[in-house]
Design a binder for this molecule. Structure first.
Ligand code: ADP
Length: 454
C-alpha cells in the first residue's frame, strides 16, 4: 500500500482548506501552493508548509504543471490532491503526477480522459447501461448535418462542446432557423475556450431537474453510491444552491438510479470519487456528463451520509479498500448548500476587495467552508465563490428554518455578496415547496430585479 504522509494541495480557497482539514485529522502533513496574489490566504497560513508557484494569473501558477510538480518535488510530498477546477480534470496532469512518482488523489488518467470528452463519455456510459439524452452519435460535421439532426430529434435542441465545462460552448437552437448560428457559435466558443471545436447535439429538455449521483470506488472492485444531489437551482448553467436528497425523487426512483450508476461504475472499472450528472424529466433520467473529481457541492452528501469524502479519497488513493458496503450507508435527514459569491446580488458583477468585519454563522447543523477572515483581500483573479454555507436538519423544512437563521447571522462587510439573493430565495414559494427546474432560478432573478426597480 502506498503510504501517504504528505499531500500537496494543488488548489486554493475553500477547497484547499477543506482538503487540508481532512489531511490534518488523519495526521497527514500538508503542503499549500499559492500564487503571489494568495500569500495571505488562509490555506497558506494553516498548511504545514507552503510554496509560491508563480504570479497571480492562474495559467502561470495554479494551472502550471511544471510549477506544481517542482513544488511537490522540493517539498518531498507523496501525493497530490487537485481539488476541483484548475488541473483537476486534466488527464495529462494526472499522468505526469504519476510519472513523477507521486500518487494522484483521484481517478486514473484514462478515466479522466474518457469522461473529459463528452462524446466518448456518452458512448461509454450507454455501453454500461446508463440512459442518455437523445441526440447525435458522435460529432456534428457542419451546419447542414446539424439541421438534419435537429429535424430528426425535433426542436428545440442544444449544441454542446465535447470538451465543454463550466457551461461554456453550449447554445440552444429553438427552431430550424437558429441551428446554423447555434452550431457556429458553440463551435467558435469551444475552440476559443478549450482548443477543441468538436460539438454534438442533444434534444433540449424544457423543464428538467439537474440530479447527480455521487459514487465512491476503491482499487479492489468495491463500488458504492452515496445518493443524489439536486442542483437544479442554476443561473447561466452555474449552480447556486444544492440539496440532498432531491425533493423530486421517490424512494424507488432513488434506489433505481443508484443501482444503475453503481453497476456502470463497476463495469467501467472507475476508482476514487466521481459524479454522474443527469437531467430528470417526467420520471426519466438522462445522463449529461460525468465529473471525475470532488465537487463543490460534496458537503450536502457528507451531511446526510456522515462520510468524509476527502478522507475516503485519501484512503482509496493509498490503496485501502472501502471500509463500508452499500448496506452500511444510512441516509439521515436533509442538507442544503448555498454558494456565496463575491458579486453583486442583482447585476452579478464580481466584487473582489478587502473584507471588513467578518462573522460566520454557527450552531446546530451549520457548516461554513470558507477561507475568509476579517482584513483578507479577495483577489480579482479567480472564481468569485468565497464561502459555502451548508445546513443539515432532520427534514427539508428544518433546513429552510436553519438557512434563514444562519444567512441572517452571516456578516461579510466590504464586499457585495450573494447573501441577499439567498435570503430572497428562502422566502420564494416555489423554492419552499421544492418545486423548481433548471430554468426556474433565471426567471426568479429577473422577476425580483424587476420588482426592485418599481
Ligand atoms: P458543463 O460541463 O459545461 O457543466 P453540462 O453538460 O453538465 O455542461 O450541462 C450544464 C447545464 O446545462 C445542465 O445542468 C443543464 O442546466 C444545461 N443542459 C445541458 N444539456 C441540456 C439539455 N440537453 N437540455 C436542457 N438543458 C441542458
Amino acid at each position: 500500500m502506498a503510504m501517504i504522509e504528505k499531500v500537496l494541495i494543488a488548489n486554493r480557497g475553500e477547497i484547499a482548506l477543506r482538503i487540508l482539514r481532512a489531511c490534518r485529522e488523519m495526521g497527514i502533513q500538508t503542503v499549500a501552493v499559492h500564487s503571489t496574489a494568495d500569500v495571505d490566504a488562509m490555506h497558506v497560513r494553516l498548511a504545514d508548509e507552503s510554496v509560491c508557484i508563480g504570479p497571480a494569473a492562474a495559467k502561470d501558477s495554479y494551472l502550471s504543471i511544471p510549477a506544481i510538480l517542482s513544488a511537490a518535488t522540493i517539498s518531498n510530498a507523496d501525493a497530490i490532491h487537485p481539488g476541483y477546477g484548475f488541473l483537476s480534470e486534466n488527464a495529462d496532469f494526472a499522468e505526469m503526477v504519476e510519472e513523477h512518482g507521486f500518487t494522484f488523489i483521484g481517478p486514473s488518467p484514462d478515466h479522466i480522459r474518457l469522461m473529459g470528452d463528452k462524446i466518448a463519455a456518452k458512448a461509454a456510459v450507454i455501453e454500461a447501461g446508463i440512459p442518455v439524452v437523445p441526440g447525435s452519435t458522435g460529432a456534428v460535421r457542419d451546419a447542414d448535418h446539424a439541421l438534419e439532426i435537429g429535424k430528426e430529434f425535433g426542436f428545440p435542441v442544444i449544441v454542446k462542446a465535447t470538451a465543454g465545462g463550466g457551461g461554456r460552448g453550449m447554445k440552444i437552437a429553438e427552431t430550424r432557423d437558429d441551428i446554423a448560428d447555434a452550431f457556429h457559435f458553440a463551435r467558435a466558443e469551444a475552440l476559443a475556450a478549450f482548443g477543441n471545436g468538436a460539438v454534438y447535439i442533444e434534444k433540449f429538455l424544457t423543464k428538467p431537474r439537474h440530479i447527480e449521483v455521487q459514487v465512491l470506488a476503491d482499487n479492489h472492485g468495491n463500488v458504492v453510491h452515496l445518493g443524489e444531489r439536486d442542483c437544479s437551482l442554476q443561473r447561466r448553467h452555474q449552480k447556486l444552491v444544492e440539496e440532498a436528497p432531491s425533493p423530486a425523487l421517490n424512494a424507488s426512483q432513488r434506489a433505481e438510479i443508484g443501482e444503475i450508476v453503481s453497476k456502470a461504475i463497476s463495469k467501467i472499472g472507475y476508482r476514487n470519487v466521481g459524479t454522474i450528472e443527469f437531467l430528470f424529466e417526467e420520471g426519466q433520467f438522462y445522463f449529461i456528463e460525468m465529473n471525475t473529481r470532488l465537487q463543490v457541492e460534496h458537503p450536502v452528501t457528507e451531511a446526510i451520509c456522515g462520510i468524509d469524502l476527502v478522507r475516503e479519497m485519501l484512503r482509496v488513493a493509498s490503496g485501502a479498500p472501502l471500509g463500508f458496503s452499500q448496506a452500511d450507508i444510512k441516509f439521515s435527514g436533509h442538507a442544503i448548500e448555498c454558494r456565496i459569491n463575491a458579486e453583486h446580488p442583482e447585476t452579478f458583477l464580481p466584487s473582489p476587495g478587502k473584507v471588513g468585519d467578518y462573522h460566520a454563522p454557527g450552531g446546530l447543523g451549520v457548516r461554513v467552508d470558507s477561507g475568509l477572515y476579517s482584513g483578507y483581500t479577495v483577489p480579482p483573479h479567480y472564481d468569485s465563490m468565497i464561502a459555502k454555507l451548508i445546513v443539515h436538519g432532520t427534514n427539508r423544512n428544518e433546513c429552510l428554518m436553519r438557512l434563514r437563521r444562519s444567512l441572517g447571522e452571516f456578516v461579510i462587510d466590504g464586499l457585495h455578496t450573494s447573501i441577499p439573493l439567498h435570503q430572497k430565495l428562502m422566502e420564494a414559494t416555489d423554492f419552499i415547496n421544492g418545486d423548481y427546474d433548471i430554468h426556474w432560478l433565471g426567471r426568479f432573478v429577473e422577476k425580483s430585479n424587476d420588482s426592485d426597480d418599481e
